[in-house]
Design a protein around this ligand. Sequence first.
Ligand SMILES: *Cc1c(COP(=O)(O)O)cnc(C)c1O
Length: 396
Amino acid sequence: MKQKSGADLSVQTRLVHDPDNAYGVVATPVYHASTVLFPTYADLRRGEADPLSRDSMYYGRMGTPSTRSLEDALSALDNSVGAVLFPSGVAAIAATLQCFLRPGDHLLMVDSTYGPTRNFCLGYLADIGVETTFYDPCAGTAELQSLFRENTRLVFMESPGSATFEVQDVPAIVSLAAGRGILTAIDNTWATPLLFNPLDHGVDLAIQSGTKYLNGHADCLYGVVTCRDNTLYDRLHRYALATGSHLAPDDCFLARRGLRTLAVRLAAHEAAGIALAEYLAQRSEVSQVLHPGRPEHPGHAIFRRDFCGASGLFAVVLDGFDEERLARFLDALALFGMGYSWGGFESLALPMRPVRTLSTRLALGPDQRLLRLHAGLESIDDLTADLEGAFAAAAR
Ligand SMILES: *Cc1c(COP(=O)(O)O)cnc(C)c1O
């Protein structure tokens, strides 16, 4: 296990430089492994003594140097004591909730959370007797305080919220929870630790779908949880090992490689996202731009206070769009692909139907459509022209 290390080099530099590249080879090698041999009987016995220790690589499932390289890089990015890898973002979220909640416990889950997270609470957690209350992402201290119960164990955040981009007051929520000894976890996929560092804001467990910006090339799935202290890390690491969770070596390699360029990619995604949001705000068809980096966004003050910048994912509300007009618009897009996920190098457009428990969230009229856009790394002028062409096609 690692001590928290001071960040004396800038993040851009730390992403590029590996302290322990083997034999002078710049890239981290891929270790394909199930069996690991022990040179002597004494070594075998040592390996068995603490098979769950992070230093033990006594069988492929426990990880290899490929795994450790990725874990160390992610852990350092978050200023955490340790990172635990999972085969997907959803696996990381599910593992965190399963590991730290017991039957009879109560969970506070933000209402704007990612759909599969909501479904995990309503399905699996409900089945095992964990009760979930969904709370308003913009709830004030008093409102949130009234939702805490004797058996509340964990508050889960996601900021900005999936699809609707509400910004949460993370420090305020953390101080409320910490005062009662309640754990806090956050889905930080949108920002990555480069734009918002949850652990520096006192959050206990920071979760990301590495599938998105961390990998950034739309070619592998993974998830990661970083932990604020060693007790949390030990518990989650042991849970992951006990349940046989494993990220395959080739995916570790892709993930490690993608991470090298995270800082420059994010800066380009941010610039493209802001330019496209600006263009869309001028369009008469667009009634709302849901981008926390824009001054008129309701969460902009908190965003300015807590975040170092925006990533490239945002949404707009299209007015006067029925299903046919929406189809004409989407089918006319040549550069924006239509598909799930985001955070890769490519631009994406996806109509969203966010599900909410509370009635206070974004209400869409019958001829309004919520369109989520991911600003990729193409030329901003080409992307704007693509949208322009689609608006023209939609009007026909
Ligand atoms: C995609 C996504 C996830 C899930 O990640 P997978 O790697 O696809 O399982 C979790 N949270 C958010 C906000 C996401 O966008």
